[in-house]
Design a protein around this ligand. Structure first.
Ligand code: TRP
Length: 333
């Protein structure tokens, strides 16, 4: 039997290059090797944005459109929305019963989220019960499909560790070997930094979206930081100290091109502005087919809705099968 993977993303609206290179590209490859379940974690969005739900529906759709455009194939992968699978909430209840409080309290990802929340809303912000349950709900997502592997970025590994602990504890308590202990599948993709050299993120305003137009992309690329010590365009440059632009070249340019740019930069034959103009063009070429597909799905919302509904129905059938077994193992009525 093929191994299974489950992975999800919170609906944060339109996705940026960091999502594509760091996560989606990996999923696109993995879907050919594993039985794949990809979902939009809309309950997880509520753990912090319970009072900002105006755009939630649209954000879910946008995420799915981005996935489809990037090559997640609904014919071979199951694409679904978390909240359309109520069995996940039921499993969350059972897992919550067996998860010691200090396991969730020591979750480093949660600590980071609390820190960000506090820095945004000031001391008034509090951590709700639902946010405390973030890692348990995430375990329910993964265990709902008894997944063997979870393709995630390095920032999510601590969550998967908790999932393994919870799965093991469930098996011990109920004297079963029903649940697999899922392992993280780390991607080997390059981590792309934001235009300012920091981690790329929507809230840092240093991102480029998959859905941005060519004009916007070209303009945004012009703001990328280069070699800060370089004053004039014919000064010799230092590609390795070029904070963003050269790093992008290494991702989007082919080997020969990167080598050529390194030489020209070091000899002072390539000014930063020209270099970034060419980089913008290269990036636009790279994303052209993806953006074309995106325009198609934008124009065919019914098709997207059908994909979401049929994927969710398929996922739900499997979730129902598993929850039935879980109820039996626990001894529920
Ligand atoms: N916490 C993940 C993130 O922020 C999203 C997520 C929720 C997830 N449930 C999951 C990822 C289950 C993998 C498996 O990116």
């Amino acid at each position: 039997m093929t191994d299974r993977i489950v992975s999800g993303m919170r609906p944060t609206g339109k996705l940026h290059f960091g999502h594509y290179l760091g996560v989606i590209q990996n999923w696109v490859e993995l879907q050919h090797k594993y039985e794949s379940f990809f979902f939009v974690a809309d309950w997880h969005a509520l753990t912090t944005k319970y009072d900002k739900t105006e755009t939630l529906r649209k954000d879910v759709i946008d995420v799915v459109i981005d996935w489809l455009s990037c090559g997640i194939n609904p014919e071979i992968s199951t694409i679904y929305v978390q909240s359309l699978i109520p069995e996940i909430a039921e499993l969350n209840v059972y897992l919550g019963m067996i998860t010691p409080q200090n396991w969730v309290e020591r979750d480093p990802c949660l600590k980071d989220m609390a820190k960000i929340l506090r820095s945004k809303d000031g001391a008034a912000s509090q951590i709700n019960y639902g946010l405390m349950g973030y890692p348990v709900l995430m375990s329910a997502d993964i265990m709902m499909f008894n997944s063997n592997y979870v393709p995630v970025g390095i920032d999510q590994v601590a969550h998967i560790e908790i999932t393994r602990d919870i799965a093991r504890r469930f098996n011990n308590i109920y004297k079963t070997d029903f649940f697999a202990e899922p392992k993280p599948l780390l991607n080997n993709c390059s981590l792309i930094c934001g235009l300012d050299g920091n981690k790329m993120g929507k809230s840092f305003h240093n991102d480029i979206k998959i859905s941005d137009t060519e004009e916007v992309t070209a303009k945004r690329v012009m703001t990328a930081i280069t070699d800060r010590s370089r004053m004039r365009k014919d000064d010799p440059g230092h590609p390795d100290e070029c904070e963003v632009a050269f790093k992008y070249w290494q991702i989007f340019g082919d080997k020969d091109k990167v080598q050529k740019i390194r030489c020209e930069c070091e000899k002072g034959l390539r000014g930063c502005a020209d270099c970034k103009r060419e980089l913008g063009k290269t990036i636009n070429e790279y994303f052209a087919p993806i953006r074309e597909k995106r325009a198609y799905y934008e124009a065919h919302p019914k098709e997207v809705e059908d994909i979401i509904q049929s994927g969710s129905a398929k996922a739900r059938t499997e979730a129902q099968r598993i929850i039935k077994e879980v109820r039996h193992i626990i001894g529920m009525y």
